[in-house]
Design a binder for this molecule. Structure first.
Ligand code: ADP
Ligand code: MG
Length: 367
């Protein structure tokens, strides 16, 4: 394969935009992907992921913006490299193999050159995806997962510099999907391909991505490593995209937000600003030491709040316990292992200060 230029991103998108019927569907999208890097374009259905991918592939035209690969301009408003000359491999959910061709025939499709060379490349790829034993079979003789592996080998055969994948695993059942995701990643990394994977599932993005680009309403609202995106979301909806969240509303007075869990310091926020304190259920703690004790003192991690158990369910690895606080608000806690208190039981709850996010409510935002 060609040697990646070390200083150049394999794929760079600058300010890509596209409207349909006067509505901006992709709005000022920029992305950089290095060789061997996997970036997941993650967002809810209809936010513009597939349209972005289709513009990069060259099967949809852009209204504005530039696409670069290895330091060379692929496409801008006036120049358009045809899809087949972009060095891009595509994998979609409906990855139909050619039914009348064998596995070898499917993978060889699109490879030019001498038959012996082609055969060697086909064998190499089928070995990589663990399908050597099936080389002479036809697609209808393969399971869904095996067909997916062949489709991957076929997409990789011409040595694409960039692989664009649009929800490629959503047709597979759960257990199979985990295996195929991991195998696919191994093969793509070994080939040095830059990967842009579209998904609406946060778990898939967390599992596969070196970097996640979170998309909403045609725009990328946050880009970062999975750990950073999960732990430093830009707003409440970005936090809520990755897990259920508890939201504690409060109003700021003297740089403090008063809540059932005590005061939260919000420096630089004007008096009267409404804020949301957002905490994931696994970071709501039950203060067993306070069990059966009276009014609660403020402790290092804030003030425990009284919660009455509404419902408790065993989820496998954890238990999900739903509470009603004295002010009527609802909170849910994920507790490791088995913890199934009876409805009506009163417990003291705390939230981990280092794990909560405080956002001004958008309509009253002063930051
Ligand atoms: P996603 O892949 O994130 O689900 P898409 O990129 O497919 O979203 O679509 C984004 C929006 O653009 C949707 O509202 C969709 O209906 C609209 N859209 C996509 N393609 C076209 C088209 N060819 N003509 C008109 N509207 C389109
Ligand atoms: Mg789509």
């Amino acid at each position: 394969m060609d040697i990646p230029a070390p200083d150049f991103p394999r794929l760079e998108i600058r300010n890509l935009a596209r409207s349909f019927a006067g509505r901006k569907v992709v709005d000022d999208v920029s992305l950089t992907i290095m060789p061997g890097q996997v970036t997941c374009l993650l967002g809810p259905s209809g936010c513009g992921k597939s349209t972005t991918l289709r513009m990069i592939a060259g099967i949809e035209t852009q209204d504005a913006g530039e696409i670069w690969s290895d330091g060379a301009l692929v496409c801008d408003a006036s120049q358009h490299t045809p899809p087949e000359a972009r060095g891009i491999g595509l994998m979609f959910q409906d990855f139909a193999l050619f039914p009348h061709l064998t596995v070898a025939g499917n993978v060889a499709y699109g490879l030019k050159g001498r038959a012996s060379k082609t055969r060697a490349r086909v064998e190499e790829l089928l070995a990589k995806v663990g399908m050597s034993a099936h080389i002479d079979r036809y697609p209808h003789e393969l399971s869904g997962g095996e067909q997916q592996r062949v489709a991957l080998a076929r997409a990789l055969a011409p040595r694409p510099r960039i692989m664009l994948m649009d929800e490629p695993f959503s047709g597979l059942d759960d257990r199979l999907r985990d295996d195929i995701r991991d195998e696919t990643l191994d093969v793509l990394k070994a080939e040095g391909t830059a990967v842009l994977l579209v998904t609406h599932e946060p778990e898939e993005a967390m599992r596969m991505a070196d970097e996640i680009a979170l998309m909403r309403g045609g725009r990328i609202i946050q880009t970062g490593a999975p750990y950073n995106i999960y732990n430093t979301p830009v707003d409440k909806d970005a936090a809520a995209f990755f897990s259920d969240v508890n939201v504690v509303p409060a109003t700021v007075q003297g740089a403090l937000a008063q809540t059932a869990f005590g005061q939260f310091l919000v420096p630089g926020v004007a008096d009267g600003t409404k804020v949301d304190i957002v905490i994931r259920p696994q970071h709501l703690k039950i203060d067993f030491d306070r069990q059966g004790k009276g009014p609660n003192p403020t402790i290092a991690d804030g003030t425990p709040a009284r919660g009455t158990v509404k419902r408790a369910r065993f989820m496998g690895v954890e238990s999900l316990v739903e509470f009603t606080l004295d002010d009527g608000s609802q909170m849910s806690a994920l507790v490791p292992s088995v913890f199934l208190p009876k409805p009506g039981m009163v417990l003291w709850l705390m939230i981990r200060r280092d794990k909560c996010f405080i956002f001004p409510r958008p309509e009253t935002s002063v930051i």
